[in-house]
Design a protein around this ligand. Structure first.
Ligand SMILES: [Zn+2]
Length: 128
């Protein structure tokens, strides 16, 4: 793995939250004194996504580190108010049902499902 990819992965693992490519670039500059071109950042993130070390959260265009061991399917809960992210491993059978329709040839390109809503603390502070 190249230095760029290693540093991007280490950063996402350490921050343990979803980050945009530009947040990654900013944090690398600050924490590692490394300047990364946007193209290099996107290439590194895409590589890590293909390695299944990183999920691309398409609904918010951010990237999230995950352990690349089993299980390989994730449910990602995204709080619309404070942007807090929760990730939960899905049992294989559940994931298979959700990602692979039996009567369709559709090929899912992601190994996660994104759900939007409110986290525990935001639910309790929201006026309803
Ligand atoms: Zn929240």
């Amino acid at each position: 793995m190249t230095k760029n990819r290693r540093q991007v992965m280490a950063l996402l693992q350490q921050k343990n939250t979803a980050m945009s490519a530009y947040e990654v670039i900013g944090a690398l500059q600050q924490d590692y004194d490394t300047t990364l071109h946007p193209m290099a950042a996107y290439r590194a993130l895409d590589f890590l996504r293909q390695m299944q070390c990183v999920l691309h959260l398409r609904t918010i265009n951010k990237f999230l580190y995950v352990e690349n061991s089993q299980p390989k399917f994730w449910q990602v809960l995204i709080c619309d108010k404070c942007q807090q992210i929760e990730k939960h491993a899905l049992p294989y059978d559940t994931a298979h049902l959700l990602l692979h329709q039996q009567h369709s040839a559709f090929q899912a390109r992601d190994n996660h499902i994104e759900l939007h809503g409110l986290c525990h603390s935001c639910v309790n502070t929201t006026d309803r």
